[in-house]
Structure formats: structure tokens, C-alpha cells
Ligand binder design. Structure first.
Ligand SMILES: C[S@@+](CC[C@H](N)C(=O)[O-])C[C@H]1O[C@@H](n2cnc3c(N)ncnc32)[C@H](O)[C@@H]1O
Length: 293
């Protein structure tokens, strides 16, 4: 039952979750590029939490396309194959909350699979997807399974996105991702601080699109990094804001300095006879030295 009484999110950032603005952009660039250049096909997310990234994916569905999501939700409490700390972390998660969040942004729910991500290929046909987002368990054996499932569900030119591919608390994800790159023909396209975007097809067309998108912006830039000499990954990073130039000395700065010195002299004189007078005098000397610079 959806709890219609509680406050519904109005914008994506009202939904708790882990989708940064930079990753929202990269998803948008890739999904809109696919929509412009490729036949319709489906989207999948494993690990939805309260729906932040699923809601974002749902924004790019075209007519006839389907989003399938999978999460343990409240099954986490009784699922023996997950670790206790994961069970505790998601103890209060409910499918109702996911659904009400999702429906605050979209007219229809996606197809929802409640249970382990290993169930996903029972519900999604082989070769039917253009993008799969893997963000469920971060244990090696699970991410490895999710990676095999993604390869099966994706079209040849489809894109897989891994969350937490390099963070120190998710070494299992890193192990599975780099194994697929090193031994299973997975080609990185781009990376951000949190996510790696990759394909078992040709990464160059997607990289060209990201280059074109970033070239039109000033808030993000590309810093290509290399897995090996012929395997570039486009690192998408926020562009540093230029430092404001030092303020020019104003025309009346000499006059202001004189006023400040006079005020300082009066204050020092007035306080000299109090118990903290010595300290005030030392402080005044420091301030005078700064005013003269
Ligand atoms: C990091 S959260 C997902 C965050 C979400 N994608 C977002 O951007 O807001 C991980 C989710 O994966 C789910 N999960 C953990 N292990 C799972 C498993 N083995 N199968 C399916 N879901 C799992 C948890 O219940 C949790 O909701």
C-alpha cells in the first residue's frame, strides 16, 4: 500500500540516494544519444534503494521501452546470503516507499522484481537492453553475477554502468569490474568519482558523444585516463571555478587606511589602562603592520 499521506519528493535531490549531479548528466548524455541514434530497447537497474537513480532512468524511456528494477526491499531481513551489516543498513527499506517516490515523478511504475539480483535474467530477455545499471550488492561474487547478467541482457552496443567501482569500502565491486575489463572484453567508456560506464561493444561512439556534450559546457571537463596505451577512459570531472582576481586597490584606499589607523590608535589608548592593555597593544601592532601592506 502506498502511503499517500507522507510528503512526496518534488525534485530528484529530495529522494535519498547516491546519484551525483555529474552522473545524472552522464546518464542523460548517453541515454539521449541512444534515443537519437538507436532502435528502442529496455533499461534495467539492480539496486534501487529509494528510487533516486531509477527515477532518473525513467525520464529517458521512449514509447514501447520498459524499465525493470530489482531490489531486496524488505526481503533483506530474511535473505541469508547477504551480510548482517548490509541487512542492517537496509532494514527499513520498503517497496512502498520506492513506489511512492517513483510515482511522484512518473505516471507508471517500472516492472519491479523483489528479491536477489540473480533473479533478473528470469524477467529480462537476452539482448533486449540498451543500458543496465548495477548498484545492488557490492560483494565480488554478486557483482560478478550481475556483470554476467548485464552482458546477457544487453545488446552488443549496450552500456553497463557500475556504481562504486573504486571506493575503498567496495573492493568486491572493483575486483569484479576489473576482472571483466581484463579478461572478458569489457571496454570502459567513461568514469566519474562514483561510476564506471562501459560496453562490450565499441566504446568510441559513446566517447565521441561525451566529448561533444562536455565541449558545450563550462561546469564539467574531461581528463582522459588510460587503462593501457590503447584503452582510454574519459574521466568526467567538475571544472574548477576560476579564482576571482585580486580586488584592485580602490581610489580611496589611502584615506580608508588613515581612518582605520586613527580608530585603532584611539581604541588602543582607551584600553591601555585595563588589565588586558599589554595584549591589546601587541594586537594593535599586528593590525598596523597589516594595514601598511
Ligand atoms: C546503494 S543502494 C542503491 C542506490 C540507488 N541506485 C540510488 O542511486 O539511489 C543498494 C541497494 O541494493 C539493494 N541490494 C543489496 N544487495 C542486493 C542483492 N543481492 N540483490 C538485490 N538488491 C540488493 C539494497 O537493498 C539497496 O537498496
Amino acid at each position: 500500500m502506498i502511503d499517500v499521506g507522507k510528503d512526496l519528493p518534488k525534485k530528484l535531490d529530495d529522494v535519498p540516494g547516491w546519484l551525483s549531479y555529474g552522473d545524472q548528466l552522464v546518464f542523460q548524455w548517453l541515454l539521449e544519444w541512444q534515443s537519437r541514434t538507436q532502435e528502442p530497447s529496455d533499461l534495467v537497474e539492480v539496486g534501487v534503494y529509494k528510487g533516486k537513480s531509477a527515477i532518473h532512468l525513467g525520464r529517458f524511456l521512449r514509447d514501447g521501452e520498459r524499465l525493470t528494477v530489482c531490489d531486496l526491499f524488505d526481503v533483506a531481513g530474511s535473505e541469508e546470503t547477504i551480510r548482517d551489516d548490509v541487512r542492517r543498513a537496509y532494514a527499513s527499506l520498503s517497496q512502498d516507499e520506492f513506489e511512492s517516490n517513483y510515482l511522484a515523478f512518473h505516471d507508471e511504475l517500472p516492472e519491479i522484481i523483489r528479491g536477489l539480483s540473480s533473479l533478473i535474467t528470469d524477467h529480462v530477455s537476452a539482448g533486449s537492453c540498451r543500458l543496465v545499471h548495477i548498484d545492488a550488492s557490492h560483494m565480488y561474487e554478486h557483482v560478478r553475477g550481475d556483470t554476467f547478467a548485464a552482458k546477457e541482457m544487453l545488446r552488443q552496443d549496450g552500456i553497463v554502468v557500475f556504481d562504486d567501482y573504486r571506493t575503498e569500502h567496495t573492493v568486491g565491486t572493483a575486483a569484479a569490474v576489473w576482472e571483466a575489463i581484463a579478461n572478458d572484453g569489457l571496454n570502459p567508456i567513461a568514469c566519474t568519482a562514483m561510476k564506471l560506464y562501459a560496453t562490450w561493444g565499441d566504446p568510441v561512439p559513446a566517447q565521441n558523444e561525451i566529448r561533444a556534450q562536455v565541449s558545450q559546457r563550462t561546469d564539467y571537463k574531461l581528463d582522459p585516463v588510460f587503462v593501457q596505451r590503447d584503452l582510454p577512459v574519459l574521466r568526467v570531472v567538475p571544472a574548477k571555478k576560476p579564482r576571482p582576481a585580486a580586488a584592485p586597490a580602490s581610489e580611496n584606499s589611502g584615506e580608508l587606511r588613515k581612518i582605520a589607523e586613527e580608530a585603532l590608535a584611539k581604541a588602543t589608548e582607551a584600553l591601555a589602562k585595563t588589565s588586558g592593555g599589554g595584549r591589546i597593544e601587541r594586537l594593535a601592532r599586528k593590525v598596523r603592520a597589516r594595514i601598511k601592506k
